[in-house]
Design a protein around this ligand. Structure first.
Ligand code: ATP
Ligand code: MG
Length: 476
């Protein structure tokens, strides 16, 4: 046996020497090289070499031991007689290696690699390598892979944010008149560089709109950078937005850091939750918007930047200004084009469309095949207030998916909160609907006229005294 194997090693070495691309120092003692090649094969561990018909030519001791194959029995016989489902015939056929396949045999796990051996482009055999591994090792590899995937997702998300390709205008799903009109204005708004202020309750789609504006604009191939003003402490926010010079404060990175404004150069920057900016930051930002240049922290030299600003908030900034909690000059600076997204409860007609959209999305994400929802489920959704708007709808849809049995979503799968003091179900009587519509119209009119009741009454084409009555009635 021993002699036999040595011969094979010799032939292998000869073969390798013939091949272009292998470095075999021909001035060395061939016997030494042969011994080294032999050692190399041993070091590779559980290894076998087969010919073009998949018959065993070489089997290492380790291979024989772990795969429970007797060398004497195996020699010259096809590998498929010993190892079921072996991929070697496939490798011989396609000439493509397979790497990192996990194989279990006799309660043990192996990490398999298989490589074709070619000569003059013809497949003349294959090498199979099996590294025995225990479940702990596999778990370690799996978790290593898992954290790599997580890291990759993090960078993908960062890339997505800066590339801003996630939402185009077609992501705005609606058939309500007000929203369709807003969607239409996006095309005009996108063409300019004017600052946009997006307002609306949480989850109404402000970020979707900001994305769509960027995507429709001539800046669409430049970065879209999003920053949540509430998520970062004030002293870091400045460094984050403006960047800093090396050594400008303790903890500053070597070489300094480029700020978000510079990073967004040529593109769009979304400053979300702008209401949480401190007056100090507001006045610094005011300068950037006016001068279109930034000064890094610790630097005196300004850098010009070309960015389009979009601000978003779910607060009433005008009210904050009146209460002295937001700078008036800054408010007027950012309130150039203002788009207000209506809450979902004011556009209940969108619910069937959105539900359909989320069913499609969740089917794909969760690998399910929900076909739709029962009429009772739909009318339940249409009778709820949706304080968290579309985001809340999406969450409840996902919840219903988790409880779903069969291919239709039923009302009980949603577990919507039942009527209590805070979450009253919307009454569907005509009177109630009319009152809600009135209330909304009055609030809008007052907002547009900055609280001027005379102008609001004119806008609504009603008597001023009637307006006063209604304001009192609805407690506005
Ligand atoms: N018209 C729409 N069509 C489809 N999906 C929408 C629409 N509007 C919002 N969404 C989805 O609803 C979720 C919330 O939207 P978004 O993040 O834009 O809300 P937001 O107004 O920025 O909320 P917040 O004030 O809490 O930040 C997202 O998953 C978004 O994809
Ligand atoms: Mg948002």
């Amino acid at each position: 046996m021993e002699i036999n194997r040595k011969n094979i090693v010799k032939r292998t070495w000869y073969y390798m020497e013939q091949r272009k691309g292998y470095i075999v120092d021909s001035h060395r003692d061939p016997v030494l090289i042969q011994r080294m090649m032999e050692q190399a094969l041993v070091a590779l561990g559980e290894i076998c070499i087969v010919d073009d018909a998949g018959r065993y030519l070489y089997v290492s001791d380790e291979y024989a031991k772990s795969m429970d194959v007797s060398i004497e029995d195996a020699m010259g016989k096809p590998i498929s007689e010993f190892i079921d489902n072996t991929d070697i015939p496939n490798v011989l056929k396609t000439g493509r290696p397979t790497k990192g396949v996990i194989y279990r045999r006799n309660g043990r796990s192996f990490w398999l690699n298989r490589f074709p051996i070619k000569e003059d482009g013809k497949i003349i055999g294959a090498v199979g390598q099996a590294m025995m591994t225990d479940d702990q090792e596999l778990d370690r590899l799996r978790s290593q892979l898992g954290s790599l995937v997580k890291e990759l997702n993090y960078y993908k998300e960062k890339y997505r944010q800066s590339a801003g390709k996630r939402h185009s205008v077609s992501s705005v799903i609606t058939r309500s008149e007000g929203m369709l009109a807003l969607k239409e204005t996006l095309f005009t708004v996108a063409r300019t560089r004017s600052t946009v202020l997006l307002t609306g309750e949480s989850g109404t789609g402000k970020e979707v709109f900001a994305n769509a504006i960027h995507d429709l604009s001539p800046r669409k191939d430049k970065p879209f950078v999003k920053l949540n003003c509430a998520a970062i402490p004030d002293h870091l926010l400045e460094a984050e937005l403006f960047g800093y010079e090396e050594g400008s404060f303790t903890g500053a990175l070597k070489g300094g850091k480029i700020g978000d404004f510079e990073a967004a150069d040529g593109g769009t920057i979304l400053l979300d939750e702008v209401d949480s900016l401190t007056p100090g930051m507001q006045s610094k930002l005011l300068r950037v918007i006016q001068e279109r240049e930034v000064k890094k922290v610790g630097s005196t030299k300004p850098t010009p930047v070309d960015v389009r600003f979009i601000f978003a908030t779910n607060k009433n900034l005008f009210k904050l200004v009146k209460d002295g909690q937001f700078r008036e000059d800054f408010y007027y600076r950012i309130n150039v084009i203002s788009l207000e997204l209506p809450p979902l409860r004011e556009r209940l007609e969108d619910i069937p469309l959105l539900a359909e959209h989320f069913i499609r999305k969740l089917n794909a994400e969760l690998d399910m095949e929900i076909k739709g929802m029962t009429p009772e489920a739909l009318s339940l959704l249409e009778s709820y207030q949706w304080p968290g708007n579309i985001r809340e709808l999406e969450n409840y849809m996902e919840r219903a998916f988790n409880f779903a049995q069969g291919d239709l979503l039923k009302a009980e799968y949603f577990h919507l909160p039942v009527a209590d003091g805070t979450q009253k179900l919307v009454s569907m009587t005509l009177k109630n609907i009319r009152q809600r519509a009135e209330e909304t119209a009055i609030k809008r009119a007052l907002k547009i006229t900055n609280g001027n009741k005379k102008e609001a009454a004119e806008l609504l084409e009603i008597d001023r005294s009637l307006l006063y009555d209604k304001i009192k009635l609805y407690g506005i």
